[in-house]
Design a protein around this ligand. Sequence first.
Ligand SMILES: C[S@@+](CC[C@H](N)C(=O)[O-])C[C@H]1O[C@@H](n2cnc3c(N)ncnc32)[C@H](O)[C@@H]1O
Ligand SMILES: [Zn+2]
Length: 310
Amino acid sequence: MQLLGFHVGEPSPAALYPAPDTPSRRRIEAMLSDAVAALRCPVCQGTFQLREGRQRTLACEAGHLFDAAKQGYFNLLTGKGTVFEADSADMVAARYRFLEAGHYSGLAQAVAQAAAGSLRRPDALVLDAGTGTGHYLQAVLGRSKVAGIGVDISKFALRRAARLNPQAANLVWDIWRPLPMADNTADVVTVVFAPRNPAEFARVLRPGGSLIVVTPRPGHLAEIAARTGMLGIEEGKEERLMDSMRDHFLSGASQSLDLPLTLSGPEVADLAHMGPAGHHLQRGQLAELTAVEGSVATSAKFRISEFTVS
Ligand SMILES: C[S@@+](CC[C@H](N)C(=O)[O-])C[C@H]1O[C@@H](n2cnc3c(N)ncnc32)[C@H](O)[C@@H]1O
Ligand SMILES: [Zn+2]
């Protein structure tokens, strides 16, 4: 017996996240089918059909099959694994706790608002590149009830994302490879602190589609960086972002967003662990941060940059 592609013993997404606007099972399946229509088989570039049986499966015309993991995501990476060091289960758990506590919900709402303008068509589609735990895609899909695709190289992240966004196609994939999507299918691509592949984002976006990129600004979490050895944000990063987009995109609106944060020791430890520095942090350093007494005040400084396909 199976429930929404989740095996018996696994709580269903609706049971884990009983938000008032949790989509119904029928709606989840309809939206997932809409997302699947934009996917292409990474082996033969054929279109996929979604098979619902004992297991949920993506099946292409040529017979290449990709079964859903029990949490509901699909691993489309074939052949040898990538050499990239994906985020570990611990790093993903730290990010999940931090985002779930709502510290960055102001950013998620700002991204959802920026995306909403380009997601008005009823059959619109959003791709979240480097979706992580799925919190930003959740905010976008909560505001604009459209189909979604979330891509990440970490299966630990996708286990969370697939539960948070069961109506989206959540895919293990490497952003540096050609995306497993047809040309001109997405209305919006969001990239929140994740790698950018401008040529591929431009290929999958429809003409007039919007790319929304979130990056940290100088001074981002400066007080925490000083304690943890997290790398500061170098000057000139923004200019480099614009340069890297120039061949494929025109730059549009850009806004800065500052979120004041007051964090406990365990929250500081999660923040340090969840980012790129998390790969190098020693257990002892994390324990030290966790033991910090009282609270630490800092400010998250973001830039939300919008681009349109040129
Ligand atoms: C700093 S996290 C941001 C995650 C999420 N967007 C958020 O802000 O919470 C970067 C994410 O990019 C993913 N990532 C890194 N390199 C990738 C690649 N080559 N292809 C796909 N995902 C990648 C990581 O696994 C991680 O989930
Ligand atoms: Zn195929």
